[in-house]
Design a protein around this ligand. Structure first.
Ligand SMILES: [Zn+2]
Length: 416
């Protein structure tokens, strides 16, 4: 969708927002925008103020429980979700019936791009807590007409059995949990590629499915193609991986997307993703600083969809780059190095200070007959690829934590 049409939709949204949404009415008025027609051209759009997570969070703290970013009276809203709170305090987010259908439509793009149709049988492998991801995936699958296999509250073993007995064809999970399920199945003596019908896996919550090492691992364990997807509670499901899998499309039919140099704020090929959603009038975000660090591809995608493509999906979180002895290290980069080793089952990393020096320590579970050899090889790979010395230790299998939600393999003990 071109910017002209996007701005038309933005003006349609601004009409009620400028009228009744206290949060944006004040913010936009202060920036000199009092009427939808004040945003006619791209140059006008780029004058709009940014919205930050901190600002939304502060607003909810001072106006509990939902803040003032509400365009309609509370009775119009039908769904409540909450962010995971991995960065900052959790945000509560409300949707109306209309905006919830819009979420489903955005998920429809994710399914269709991965070749998922109404004949598929889906397992959305989560316990369905207050986080929006699985609920919206569920709503999108219902709109698509696919069969959804319930699995909340099940153990990993029970989920594997449900996948087998229902001939599930599509698995939706975090990359870590997809690997955990595969591990459990292998311990039960199952050969997943031969014994299940799973042909597509769809992932979010962690960058893993765009990291070559993790993606390869998921695909070979399941005998399926792994698709990445990206989104956020406050924003929507904005990232879509299409069949050629050459990156993650920005869904520019439903979102206005900018990539900005975090230092200068100028448009750039690589930088922070800033998004306005166009289908969530009841509780929108306008020029929202996602904190996601991304890189745009210059070439158009061969799938034919005109929307731009991010090389490698979300490369990292701006707030999560860790500086170790002067080097900027993203947990995702580290994951891609460590999980390239087929013997590594799971790992965890911590950074701590010894007073004068920062140390990076990594624990690995290895299936190698001599796990210490894996540890040595991982340390060498980190030294080669990052120029960083790390202490790598082998630990017994099944000792490190696995999670069905966002995994937290990285802890920084210098800033508790
Ligand atoms: Zn494409």
């Amino acid at each position: 969708m071109d910017i002209h049409t996007q701005l038309y939709r933005l003006r349609e949204m601004l009409a009620p927002v400028l009228d009744t949404n206290a949060f944006y009415k004040q913010k936009l008025t202060e920036a000199g925008v009092t009427h939808p027609n004040d945003v006619q051209m791209l140059v006008d759009y780029r004058q709009l103020p940014f919205t930050t997570k901190e600002e939304l969070s502060t607003d909810q703290v001072s106006h509990p429980p939902y803040g003032t970013n509400l365009t309609f009276p509370l009775e119009r809203y039908t769904c409540l979700h909450r962010t995971s709170g991995t960065t900052g305090s959790p945000l509560r987010w409300l949707d109306t019936a209309e905006s919830w259908d819009w979420w489903g439509k955005c998920w429809g793009e994710i399914y269709r791009a991965a070749g998922v149709t109404s004949v598929d049988r889906l397992m959305i492998a989560f316990s369905f807590g207050p986080f929006i991801g699985f609920w919206s995936a569920y709503h999108g699958a219902q709109q698509l007409g696919a069969l959804i296999i319930p699995n909340g509250g099940m153990t990993s073993d029970q989920r594997i059995r449900a996948i087998l007995s229902n001939d599930v064809t599509v698995l939706i999970a975090t990359p870590t949990y997809a690997l955990r399920l595969a591990e459990v199945a292998e311990q039960d003596g199952l050969n997943l590629p031969e014994e299940t019908s799973i042909r597509v896996t769809i992932h979010a919550g962690e960058p893993g499915a765009s990291l070559p090492a993790t993606k390869h691992r998921i695909e070979s364990r399941w005998g399926a193609r792994a698709y990445d997807h990206a989104g956020a509670t406050e924003v929507g499901a904005w990232g879509v991986m299409c069949e050629p899998q050459a990156g993650v499309h920005l869904n520019e039919d439903e979102f206005i997307c900018e990539v900005l140099d975090p230092e200068t704020g100028n448009l750039a090929d690589e930088g922070e993703l800033v998004i306005t959603n166009l289908g969530r009038v009841g509780m929108p975000v306008i020029r929202y600083r996602t904190g996601d660090y991304v890189r745009l591809k210059s070439a158009a995608c061969e799938c034919g969809w005109g929307s731009r493509v991010l090389d490698g999906g979300v490369i990292g979180r701006l707030d999560k780059a860790v500086i170790i002895r002067g080097l900027n290290v993203y947990p995702a980069t580290l994951e891609n190095i460590v999980l390239k080793f087929p013997d590594v089952r799971e790992f965890s990393a911590r950074v701590y200070g010894t007073g004068t020096l920062d140390e990076l320590e990594i624990q690995v579970e290895s299936t190698h007959p001599n796990p210490a050899e894996t540890a040595t090889a991982v340390a060498a790979a980190i030294r080669d690829e990052l120029g960083l010395r790390a202490i790598v230790k082998a630990v017994p299998l099944e000792t490190l934590p696995r999670s069905e939600l966002k995994s937290n393999r990285f802890t920084d003990e210098r800033h508790p």
